[in-house]
Structures are given as structure tokens and as C-alpha cells.
Design a protein around this ligand. Structure first.
Ligand SMILES: [Zn+2]
Length: 703
């Protein structure tokens, strides 16, 4: 998802937690400490390595995860705005454990006051609400919203391998607990066994929702339907949580199983549908002209219109006949399935290849005419940029298609399909900022295919593992799109996050998603992304960092990593013990405030009996006043006006985390010292960075 500035403000409105008292400092290995308080010590929060997750942060020899396949038939009733569906879920128990029940996620229940924990636990409204806050905090949600489960049945299997056969379906006992549903199995599901669950359901498609990720909206040419979290999805059973049954409260996103999907979607004949997965029946749902244009688009390196602006709503764009049409999509190895439907879509497409001769990856953009002339200019090209940068930094895109769709959802991701909201003014005008916003949000949402759609972390617990890593790669993709990309946001350059790091409204990044009640965007997106830029560019260097980051991405592709798996992989690949960095940046709110507090010069021969190594010896005192342990970078100015930069590793703080003295032999007197001269370490108080105090600091580097 994308946090807009408004939603970051909203996170402030939601603020409940008090600031962390600075008095609770336990991080410093200060002289006289009676226990090991070193920032460099091992991190207790990391679970011991196992044969499932090893000490190098890799899936171990006994790594396992469940597989869940779905066959779904669904019909959209555009008069009642109601979705009706029936699904057959094939659950493969790859765990070493016997399962007596399965849990499913019913996300639509977030809008059902009878069961929604998000509604029941919401605090009183503040005295003032911005229109945006009103939309999220006090949405007018009509009665009747939520999942209506009409039948649940289970079929056990007999036999094994190719002889395995599903038995007859029989009604099962099931219970709804908020956004979770428990289905009892008639007999325990042994390790290695399979069971089918058939669920019939219906729900009203929301126009406003506490979820906000799957919505409908009326534009000039008709309704846009963006369908997300629209069917009961199996919860994850894993080696860390057992069943992950944390309620869906709106903030902590989704943790899902990989599987294969076969989905048939019935909509009015005049609608165009796009979805996760490959369309199975183009001859039935597209015209011959459209199919011919699609073929042409795949060998084009510029977007080709499949449905142009002038063709929207024309009967010639739809196959002749009457009655609804069923669109069938199949997807392999995906962890979710989303789709869109509307008669209002303009559609453009092109192919993307990592190398000549490769089968093209289909890139598609769908948007109403209201989104032109912006979307036709940049959307599909921004998808291509995402393929390129993420392909280089993580791994090449493994799915056959990637789609970007415009509608009411500002920014949300699903496998192979993203929803983005940036829209020109009604007269078609837009600012350069809006164009950057659309490119940025497209890169971000399409980038989520890598994190967490493929590197499938537990989003409900750890927002940073997908939003932070994704925002990190997004930063580089944006710079590749435009080297002069304006960087007013928090994500990327260290100096942009200083104000956040100064503030009291913080909780550590390693706080579970639903418990981050302050500055959610800065916490889950910006701070981890900025920390990784710092780690890459200042601490490890791009070469070692990039190798380790790719290693993490590739070995956890189509698997479920935990935070320590990421930390351990980076350490393993970069050959650095980074406890101090993970501890400070991820597990605390401490900020970086390095100060130069002293500069002494003495004749070198008074120290070592000669001037062979320089006439003088300079001693520079650097103090750590913020609590965060980071490397030290100094700029020394000499009496003749020349300067020299010194880059010191974080190890300088191993002896004493409060104070470090740097020494150097020199022929010239040092007249001035500046710490963090290039503003790469998010130092929150630069008034103490220059010594002697009052000397002119170096000009701020260009951003
Ligand atoms: Zn996101």
C-alpha cells in the first residue's frame, strides 16, 4: 500500500501512545556498566536457528510451507453491487503437524459492526476531522456489509499420489471470530495430506470501507470495480506462529499461502475484466481486433491501445451477443488474487523483455477517460521501469504479466495487478508533481510483486519487511526513471528523515503492524528504506550490500521470511556483524546525534620523539549524544584551507559508546572539524557538528 501525506497525518490523528522517555537509556556500553549493555552484543529477540530457518538466514533443510489452491466462480451483480461466489479450496498440509481445523480470513467483516474488532476497538473521534480523516475514521458505512458465509463443506481425500481422490463433500462445522473463520475438519489432517473445503459466500461491494483496498467508484463513463480480499482466503499456518490469526484491523496487511488459482468471473457483457493470472478464454471475451492489437502490443516497446479513448462504451468493443460474459483466469504460485471490472476502461499494453528472444512479459494499464491524458503517458512505462530496476536489484520478474489499474484505491498491490489513484483535474490538467506521484505510486505498487507477493513476509506482523524493502528499491527505480527525481519525501536520503527522527512520535520499526499507532508511514516505509540506503551506501558499500540483498530476495522468493532471516542474510553476505545497526535502527527509537566537542594539537615529537610521521598530532573528540551507534565521518580543515575526509567504521564505539577520540599525525594544523559533513547519517542536531563552534560548516551537499 502507499501512505499518502494525508494518511501520514491521519496516523498522527490516531496517535495514542506517549513518547518514550529519554531517561530509559540502556543502550550505551558506558564505562562502569555492570552488565553487557554493548550495542554490539547479540540480539536476544532473534529466535535460535533451526533446521527450518538456519543461522545464515536461509530456509533450512527442513523448511516447509503450506500450499493452498483455489478454484473460484464468482458473479458480480452491478445492480445490487453484490458479489456472489463459490470456491473449492485444496489445502495441502506440508507441515510436520496434524491439523484438526483450518482458519480462513474474512476481510470484508472489517465493515460488519457485529464482529469487526476494528469498529469495536475504535476510540472516540477527535474534536476536529479533516475530510481525509473523516473518510477513514468516520466513514458512513451502510448496513449489511461484511462476509455472508452461506455454506461450508469439507471433502477428505483417499489414496496418495496420482491415485489420490477427493471424497464427497459433507457439511462442516464453522465459526466466525471477527475477520477469521475456523472450519473444523471431520478427521485430522495428517502431515503430507490434502483436504478440500468448499465455501459459498456473498458480500456487498463497498463504496467506502475501513479496509479501503477494494472499492467501487462511479466515474463519467460508469462504475469502476476494484475487487480485493473478496473471497475467504486460508490463513497461514507456519513454524513461527502456528496459525496466524491476528485480526484484520485495517493497518496490518496480509499474510497468505502460495498456490494455484483458477478463477471464473461473470460480469455484464459490456465490462472489461483484468486480474491476477493469464486470461484463458480471450476468444470468448475479447474481439478479434483486440486480440490482434494485443499480439502487436507484445512486440512493441511503446504502449499500444487495446481500447482507445474513442472506443470506450462503443458496442463494437465487445463480442456480439447478449447476456453476461465469464472471464477465466489462471495463475500459478501466487499468494492472492485480485481483479477489476468496468465498462469505462481505456486499455493500453506493451511487452517487456529482459533480453532479446525472451517471451514478453505482458504489461497492461486500464483507466477511465478521467485519468487521461496522464495515465496513457506514463503508467505502462512506469511498470516497465519497475521490471528493470527490481529485476536488477532483486530478481527478474517471474510472472507472465503485470497490470496497473486506475480507480478509487490510491495505492494497493496484489500479485500481477496494482491499483493506483493519481488522477488529473476534471479539465485534464495536472501538475508535474502529480505525474511524479503516479510514476512513484506505480513503481511502488508494482514493486510489491517482489515484496511481499513473492518474497512473502508476514505483513500483518511486520510492515517494514514489505513496505520498507519495497520503498528502498522504489527509491532507486525513481532515480533511474529521472536522475533529477524530486525527493521531498522521507524515503531515501538520510537528511529527509531528520525531522521524524527528532520527534517524540515514534515507536521502533520492530513493532507489530497493528501496534504502530504513531507515524505509520514514516515508521513502516521511510525509516527502514532510509536505513537500508545508509547501510548500502555508507556502511557496507553497494557491492557487498547488493549481493546480500539479492541473495535474500532470491532465496526467500516464494517463501516466508521472518525479520531475523533478513538481518542474518545481510550479515552473512556482507561479512559484517551488524548487531549495533539492527539494534539501533530497527529495535529502538534512538536518533543519531554525533557532536565534535574537542580539538587538541600537540607537537608530534613530544609524543613519539620524532616528526617522521608529521609535525603535529591532532586529537578530535567525537561524542555520541543521540544513542544510535553509527560510523563516524569527519571533514578536517587545515590551516592552509585544504580539507580531508575521514571515514571511520562504527567499531570506534566498541570501547566506549559515549565518547571517541580520533587521532592523526599531520604536517598542518587542523583548524576545523565537522562530523557527518555530507549529511548521510540523519544527525538530528547539526549545531554541535562543527568545532570550533561558530566555524562555518561546509556547504550542504546538493540533494
Ligand atoms: Zn506499499
Amino acid at each position: 500500500m502507499t501512505m499518502t501525506r494525508s494518511s501520514i497525518r491521519l496516523a498522527l490523528v490516531l496517535s495514542l501512545a506517549a513518547a518514550t522517555p529519554a531517561a530509559a537509556q540502556q543502550w550505551l556500553a558506558a564505562p562502569g556498566a555492570k552488565t553487557n549493555q554493548s550495542s554490539f552484543r547479540a540480539i536476544d529477540e532473534w529466535a535460535d536457528p533451526t533446521e527450518v530457518r538456519n543461522a545464515g538466514g536461509s530456509p533450512g533443510p527442513k523448511y516447509w510451507q503450506q500450499q493452498v489452491d483455489y478454484v473460484i466462480r464468482t458473479t458480480l451483480d452491478t445492480v445490487a453491487n453484490k458479489l456472489t461466489g463459490s470456491e473449492r479450496v485444496t489445502y495441502h498440509n506440508n507441515s510436520p503437524d496434524e491439523l484438526r481445523y483450518l482458519w480462513f480470513q474474512l476481510d470484508q467483516n472489517i465493515d460488519d459492526p457485529a464482529v469487526s474488532r476494528a469498529i469495536q476497538a475504535s476510540p472516540a473521534l477527535p474534536p476536529k476531522l479533516s475530510p481525509m480523516a473523516r473518510r477513514f475514521l468516520a466513514p458512513e458505512i451502510p448496513a449489511g456489509m461484511g462476509n455472508r458465509i452461506t455454506r461450508v463443506q469439507v471433502a477428505s481425500y483417499s489414496g496418495t499420489g496420482k491415485a489420490r481422490r477427493a471424497g464427497a463433500l459433507a457439511d462442516a462445522e464453522w465459526t466466525v471470530n471477527g475477520t477469521q473463520m475456523k472450519v473444523l475438519l471431520p478427521r485430522p489432517l495428517a502431515p503430507g495430506s490434502v483436504v478440500d473445503v468448499a465455501i459459498d459466500w456473498t458480500h456487498l461491494v463497498p463504496e467506502t470501507s475501513r479496509n479501503g483496498r477494494g472499492l467501487r467508484e462511479k466515474v463519467k463513463d460508469g462504475w469502476l470495480y476494484e475487487m480485493a480480499q473478496w473471497f475467504p482466503r486460508a490463513s497461514v499456518y507456519d513454524d513461527v506462529n502456528g496459525w496466524q490469526t491476528d485480526q484484520f484491523l485495517g493497518q496490518g496487511e496480509f499474510y497468505l499461502n502460495f498456490g494455484n488459482y483458477d478463477v471464473s468471473i461473470t460480469v455484464p457483457r459490456d465490462h472489461i475484466v483484468q486480474a491476477t493470472g493469464v486470461l484463458q478464454n480471450p476468444a470468448q471475451v475479447l474481439t478479434a481486433t483486440q486480440r490482434e492489437r494485443l499480439v502487436r502490443a507484445m512486440s512493441s516497446d511503446a504502449p499500444v491501445f487495446i481500447i482507445s479513448k474513442d472506443e470506450v462504451l462503443q458496442p463494437s468493443t465487445r463480442p456480439a451477443g447478449s447476456g453476461p460474459l465469464t472471464w477465466r483466469f489462471k495463475a500459478e504460485k501466487v499468494r492472492d488474487f485480485a481483479w477489476v471490472s468496468s465498462k469505462a476502461y481505456v486499455w493500453d499494453a506493451m511487452g517487456y523483455r529482459y533480453r532479446p528472444g525472451q517471451a514478453p512479459i505482458e504489461l497492461h494499464s486500464l483507466y477511465p477517460r478521467d485519468a487521461m491524458p496522464l495515465w496513457d503517458k506514463v503508467s505502462t512505462k512506469a511498470i516497465a521501469q519497475t521490471m528493470k530496476t527490481y529485476g536488477a536489484m532483486a530478481f527478474e520478474y517471474p510472472y507472465p504479466k503485470a497490470v496497473n489499474v486506475h480507480g478509487p484505491v490510491f495505492g494497493m498491490e496484489y500479485p500481477m495487478i496494482a491499483f493506483c489513484g493519481a488522477r488529473p483535474q476534471p479539465d485534464g490538467s495536472y501538475t508535474p508533481q502529480l505525474e511524479y506521484a503516479l510514476v512513484g505510486v506505480t513503481i511502488h505498487e508494482v514493486g510489491h510483486n517482489w515484496f511481499p507477493m513473492i518474497v512473502a513476509s508476514d505483513e500483518r506482523k511486520w510492515t517494514w519487511m514489505d513496505e520498507g524493502l519495497n520503498s528502498f528499491v522504489e527509491y532507486y527505480a525513481q532515480l533511474e526513471w529521472d536522475p533529477n527525481w524530486p525527493q521531498p519525501g522521507l524515503r531515501g536520503p538520510a537528511k529527509n528523515i531528520v525531522n521524524y527522527m527528532k520527534g517524540e512520535q515514534q515507536v521502533p520499526i520492530m513493532t507489530e503492524s497493528n501496534d504502530i499507532q504513531v507515524q505509520f508511514g514514516a515508521n513502516g516505509y521511510a525509516k527502514p528504506a532510509t536505513g537500508l540506503v545508509m547501510l548500502r551506501e555508507q556502511i557496507l558499500g553497494p557491492k557487498l550490500f547488493d549481493q546480500a540483498f539479492r541473495e535474500y530476495s532470491q532465496k526467500w522468493a516464494f517463501k516466508h521470511p521472518q525479520p531475523a532471516d533478513f538481518f542474518r542474510t545481510i550479515e552473512d553476505g556482507a561479512g559484517e556483524q551488524l548487531n549495533y545497526f539492527w539494534r539501533g535502527w530497527f529495535y529502538t527509537n534512538y536518533a543519531n546525534d554525533q557532536a565534535v566537542t574537542g580539538l587538541e594539537m600537540q607537537p608530534a615529537d613530544s609524543l613519539i620523539g620524532s616528526t617522521n610521521r608529521g609535525k603535529h598530532y591532532a586529537r578530535v573528540t567525537v561524542e555520541n549524544k543521540g544513542g544510535l551507534v553509527l560510523p563516524v565521518q569527519l571533514e578536517l580543515t587545515f590551516e592552509d584551507g585544504t580539507t580531508q575526509k575521514v571515514k571511520l567504521p562504527a567499531d570506534v564505539w566498541r570501547r566506549n559508546e559515549l565518547k571517541y577520540q580520533y587521532g592523526l599525525f599531520t604536517d598542518k594544523l587542523v583548524t576545523k572539524v565537522v562530523v557527518d559533513p555530507d549529511e548521510v547519517f540523519a544527525d538530528i542536531d547539526r549545531s554541535n557538528n562543527t568545532f570550533p563552534v561558530g566555524a562555518t560548516p561546509p556547504a550542504a551537499p546538493a540533494s
